[in-house]
Design a protein around this ligand. Structure first.
Ligand SMILES: Cc1cc2nc3c(=O)[nH]c(=O)nc-3n(C[C@H](O)[C@H](O)[C@H](O)COP(=O)(O)O)c2cc1C
Length: 187
C-alpha cells in the first residue's frame, strides 16, 4: 500500500497468516499519542485471537458478519470506558476537567463515544501503517457483547474490527465517494 488514506480497502477475508502479539502492541503504540478532547483516553480494546475468545463473541454477531469474523486471525472489540473522566487529573493536568463530567451522564457518554470513535479511526489507520488489513463492523449485539466481555464495568462496546493480512479475493472495488465540490464549503 503506497498511501494509507487513498489506497486502503476494507477486507472481508484474510490470508492464513498469524498476526503476532508484537503487532498488536505496535498498533496501540501508534494510536496512543493522537488527539482527543482534554487528552481523554476512553478507548479500551480487547483483541480476540484464540478460538475460545472468538466463540464467546459468536452468538452476538449479525449473521452476515459471522463466518468472516470466525475466520479472521484477530477480531478487536473497540470499546469505551464511561469512567474515563476519573483519570483526567492524570491525563490532562492543565486544569480540573474531571469536574466538568461529574454527574453529567449525557456529556460523559457523548464525549466517550466521540473520542473512542476517533481513537477507533486511529486504530484502523495504525493497522494500515503496519501492513495489516481491517474489516470494521457495527453489525452485532452491543448489549450482549458488553454483558459477555465487560460485565461489572462501565465499559461499552463501540464497534468490532477484524484484522489480518488481507486476501485480495475477499475485497471489493471502491464504491463512489463525493467530490470536494459536493460536500465541502470554503467560507
Ligand atoms: C463503523 C463501521 C461499521 C461497519 N460495519 C460493517 C458490518 O457490520 N459488516 C460489514 O460487512 N461491513 C461493515 N463495514 C464496512 C464498510 O461497509 C466498508 O468499510 C465501506 O463500504 C468502505 O469500503 P472500502 O474501505 O473498501 O472502500 C463497516 C465499516 C465501518 C467503518
Amino acid at each position: 500500500m503506497n498511501n494509507i488514506f487513498t489506497d486502503s480497502k476494507t477486507f472481508y477475508g484474510f490470508q492464513n497468516k498469524e498476526v503476532s502479539d508484537e503487532s498488536l502492541h505496535e498498533i496501540y503504540e501508534l494510536i496512543k499519542n493522537n488527539a482527543t478532547s482534554f487528552n481523554c483516553q476512553p478507548l479500551r480494546i480487547k483483541f480476540l485471537k484464540s478460538e475460545s475468545a472468538k466463540n464467546k463473541l459468536k452468538p452476538f454477531l449479525m449473521e452476515s458478519n459471522l463466518e468472516k469474523t470466525m475466520k479472521a486471525p484477530v477480531c478487536a472489540i473497540i470499546a469505551m470506558d464511561l469512567d474515563f473522566y476519573k483519570d483526567l487529573p492524570k491525563n490532562f493536568p492543565a486544569m480540573d476537567a474531571k469536574s466538568f463530567f461529574e454527574g453529567k451522564e449525557k456529556f460523559t457518554y457523548d464525549t466517550a463515544f466521540r473520542n473512542s470513535s476517533i481513537q477507533g479511526g486511529y486504530f484502523i489507520k495504525a493497522c494500515h501503517i503496519l501492513g495489516l488489513s481491517t474489516g470494521p463492523m457495527s453489525g452485532f449485539n452491543n448489549e450482549g457483547v458488553d454483558q459477555e466481555f465487560f460485565k461489572g464495568t462501565n465499559i461499552k462496546s463501540n464497534f468490532l474490527c477484524n484484522l489480518g493480512y488481507g486476501d485480495e479475493q475477499h475485497t471489493y472495488p471502491k464504491a463512489p465517494r463525493y467530490d470536494f465540490k459536493d460536500i465541502v464549503e470554503i467560507l
